[in-house]
Design a protein around this ligand. Structure first.
Ligand code: PLP
Length: 452
């Protein structure tokens, strides 16, 4: 009898159950994404901006394979939740969305990362994908493609209001306007939007950061005034990421761009927990235990002997490592180990015969595996090879001992965003509630083997 530390999955059919078993045979860990949670998070974000008729639309940010959740399934769930825009950084992913059959009749798609001469502007314009322009070379490239195709390109003018990444600076903006105005008049470019990105919107309790966001907003509005004065007023403006969508209603403008909120997380644990914002983490990362065995006190665990067992105990192998995207920085050290420092490793929820317990990565994370010190006898605890353990999930309640990606972010000195996006695609992605959330037509866009 194997124990499971995750909740029971809600299978849609016998085929869904068979898909689950097949995924376990294929790989001893699975990332299971609840599409109902994604849809509901988007519904909530839409309600936060005042609902579908508020004059503020919501763009679901699905860059980087939807933060590791799977581009097409996550995009479809976001649309089911009321998003009317999708956004990807890389143009490659914007094109994949259109290729999956998400047409311009359903949503606008914005893309903003490209560089050099070999950019598929033609394909983007041809597929009705909105393109960000934040450099003079970018304007030239988009305009040339639009002329070649004989089709007006939809662009969003990116301004650097203080982030220091993409976009025109206030000093460089006259040169941009000088190029944009005639192209707009000629009908080569349709100036759809003006946009920018915030640097510290996730720290609403740090006065210095609030002041710097206020400055960004003022600078952003100055850019709008300059576009208006030049005769190319933006139809829509957008500035707010998840943090600002949740905490700064005054800068929702005509569109907001939440990413992490769609996946069920707040931007920074300093802001609270997902439940503070009525968000539900959508992904659960689970694995099936490898070798479980007894070892003696003082036994070194993993490379570098950074952890020595403090007493006679049992250990269990979790078959995930840094080649799966488990951060090596989430390794666990103890005082007895070679480093003589205590550093708790990433958390893992394990079911025992006495109920769930939270264990920590013991010793260094290896390429394909890491080890847990079970602090007791596996036989007495009822822990066996093959048991289903949970690295992170929705974080159900304090007493439930269920870690979240924020806890892994803390253990690895990073953020939840990096925890998700580092998960390699050799870990199967499986979708719960796909049949509840998606129409038959959309369901057909998913890999059938991924539907639970
Ligand atoms: C990633 C990204 C977002 C979404 O940010 P979150 O913090 O995940 O909400 C919005 N806009 C731009 C330009 C981005 O790159």
């Amino acid at each position: 009898m194997t124990l499971s530390a995750t909740r029971e999955w809600d299978f849609s059919s016998e085929q869904g159950k068979a898909n689950y078993k097949a995924a376990q045979r294929r790989y001893p860990a699975q990332a299971i994404v609840d599409l109902a949670a994604l849809r509901d998070n988007m519904r909530h974000l839409v309600s936060v901006v005042g609902g579908p008729h508020s004059g503020t639309a919501v763009m679901g940010i699905v860059k980087a394979d939807a933060y590791g959740h799977g581009l097409v399934p996550a995009a479809l769930a976001a649309l089911a939740g009321g998003a009317t825009w999708l956004g990807t950084a890389q143009s490659h992913e914007a094109l994949l969305l259109r290729k999956a059959g998400i047409g311009p009749d359903r949503c606008h798609i914005l893309t903003w990362v490209y560089s050099g001469a070999e950019v598929p502007f033609d394909e983007l314009v041809d597929n009705d994908i909105d393109i960000s322009v934040g450099s003079l070379a970018g304007i030239d490239g988009v305009a040339a493609a639009a002329r070649r195709l004989g089709k007006t390109a939809r662009v969003h003018v990116k301004v650097d209001s203080g982030f220091g990444r993409n976009g025109f600076t206030p000093a460089g903006f006259d040169a941009a306007l000088a190029k944009l105005v005639p192209l707009a008049k000629e009908g080569v470019l349709h100036i759809v939007g003006q946009w920018s990105h915030l640097a510290v919107a996730d720290a609403p309790d740090v006065p210095e950061f609030v002041a710097s966001t206020d400055m960004q907003v003022e600078t952003f509005k100055d850019f709008t005034r300059r576009m208006e004065a030049a005769g190319i007023p933006p139809e829509i403006r957008h500035l707010a990421n998840t943090a600002a969508t949740l905490s700064r209603p005054e800068i929702h403008f005509e569109l907001t761009r939440p990413g992490i909120g769609l996946y069920g997380y707040e931007a920074d644990p300093a802001m609270g927990t997902p439940s503070t914002y009525s968000l539900k983490p959508a992904m659960t990362l689970q694995a099936q235990l490898g070798t479980v065995k007894d070892v003696e006190a003082g036994h070194g665990i993993s490379y570098g002997r950074t952890y020595l067992t403090p007493s006679d105990t049992s250990t269990a192998i979790v078959p995930l490592g840094y080649a799966d995207g488990i951060h090596r920085s989430a390794s666990g050290f103890d005082m007895e180990g070679a480093k003589h420092v205590t550093k708790p490793g990433g958390p893992v929820r394990v079911m025992t015969s006495e109920g769930p317990r939270l264990y920590r990565v013991s010793g260094r994370v290896c390429m394909d595996q890491f080890i847990l010190d079970l602090h007791g006898s596996a036989a007495e605890l009822g822990i066996h090879e093959g048991d289903n353990v949970e690295l992170f999930g929705p974080g159900r309640g304090e007493d439930y001992a269920e870690p979240t990606a924020d806890d892994w972010g803390h253990a690895a000195d990073t953020i939840s965003y990096e925890i998700f996006t580092c998960l390699r695609n050799r870990i199967p992605r499986l979708y719960e509630h796909a049949t509840d959330v998606l129409s038959a037509e959309d369901l057909a866009k998913l890999d059938p083997a991924s539907i639970l």
